[in-house]
Design a protein around this ligand. Sequence first.
Ligand code: SF4
Length: 345
Amino acid sequence: MKNLFGLTLPELETELKSLPKFRVKQIAAHIYKHGMKTFDEMNDLPKSLRAEMSTRYEIKTAELLTQLDSADGLTTKFLLGLSDGAAVEIVLMRHDYGNSVCISSQVGCQMGCKFCASTLKGLQRNLTAAEMLGEILFADEYLRRFGKTLDSIVVMGTGEPLMNYDELMKMLRLLHEDYCLGMSYRRVTISTCGIVPAIKKLRDEKIPVTLSISLHAPDDKLRSALMPINSAFGIKSLLEAANDYAQTTGRRVTYEYILIGGVNDTEEHARRLAKILSGQLANVNLIPFNPVSERDFNPPTRNAVQKFFHFLNTHGIGATIRKEMGADVNAACGQLKANWQNQNH
Ligand code: SF4
């Protein structure tokens, strides 16, 4: 049976070419906007059409394998199973300013960042646009059960989204359609470890998504040691591409900086970071390292975090410290999946 989930309206029109266009649009809205999983639920379609559709097509998205809720009720982590048996994590965060979901773009990751557990087994495969959209609609449907809405999306989970560029674009455009969530591009953040040519390509798409750069070090030597991608695209070219993105789209770029105890968290690192970001339309998000058993790094001291934060803010760089959410639900990427696999295999 052919799965209709993930097809755009023009693709549905081609697939269902015997149906009038208004019918196809109704079906698209039922699939994406109303989250229907069977044709029987589509009451405004003739009964005979519903029966016929059920014999030829299915509407299949990710299924929930397991979930964990933080004690404070602000964070929920879901492990979703895909049709080939792969599994991806998403994290739902309830902030004061709205509900946001962090989704994955790949199964595994090939980028090899030294502080990250998601890359330890390399890249297994790219997610399709349908699978990424499925992650988002899962979170949207979950929230709707509680009378809440999904307000923003962050593509910052497992994987490097810009290494899965075409499927990412297809998903973003589908998400934006009025028969889907009608999500404004401004409510979407794409996080990258710094694929410079893809940042330039994204700039030219003319869709004002927020760009978030995983920087994590203020100089090439340290950054290349932590993030192998830096050997291909150094900090200078990365900051030029990011600045160009900000100037073209008018969107402030966020720089993510994981503070790792004794590695990149001294005042000297803060000074060098302030220097390279001076004059950029930028904001720095400081993330105290969340220890993962697979990686041999330490969290920073509370004092080091405060000093780093203070230094940036008093030297012209807007910085925030990421509120620690869901430490009790294994907030570090990949941990829910690892735990689930250990228990079920
Ligand atoms: S931090 Fe992101 S880009 Fe780097 S290895 Fe992990 S998932 Fe991949």
